[in-house]
Design a binder for this molecule. Sequence first.
Ligand code: ZN
Length: 269
Amino acid sequence: MSRQQSVVAAVLGSVILTCGGAPAGEPSAASVVVLGASPARTTAIVDHAEEVRHKAFTQLLGEPRPRPWIERCAIHVHATPASFAAAVGGPPATARGATSLEFGADRVISRRIDVMGDGPDVIPDALAHELVHVVLADHFTAAAPPRWADEGIALLFDGIAKQARHEADFRAALSRGLAFSAADLLAIEHYPVDAARQRVFYGQSAALVRWLIARRDAATFIRFVADAQSGDLPAAFERHYGLEMSAVFDSAWKEVPPIHSLSFNDAKN
Ligand SMILES: [Zn+2]
């Protein structure tokens, strides 16, 4: 039995620059391999990816010494939207990162990230977010985490400005009565097709995850998500947060902590 999962991050804006060069070498112990960037950029991306990977394993999964991925994560850096779209099969027009995973019986057997690398920064802006999806997959091999939880926690690894845009999308929808109901948000299995609804989904997922993490910590949140996969969501809220689900839905949107208080990424973009 195998399972394929694709995760796409929708983010904003781009400045087209060309970057090129052949795939370059990387440290033999690296858990990632970078394709499509110059040798110097490849080295910087590998270093950054290892750093984010370590942070995610430590802070989300409570594993400060994660073993290297034998099946290394291939990070494809794209210089143009056309190249990116051709690789990932036509994502939303605003996407700048995508993750593809293949699962064996009880482990991940293939890891791939595609990111736009056209901006001014050496490190692609969507890389950390996508790496979080890949790290979480090691923990959720039997079944993927719910979309809201997977995206909400990955968004905490985006830069502050990007997170602020997602927050603004959600707040605008909330004020106009266009936010998802909590029950609908938690039940979403597929990304909304409509771009505007997708933006609300990202912003609202991030808000709910921030609210929950602020009550305890990220590791508790991951344990809650894993527990909730048994199918008893109300019991999981009660066990990990001491909350009834109705209280969660009533309070979460009113008490979302500021982005900078919980972000795992200090980058401003
Ligand atoms: Zn994502």
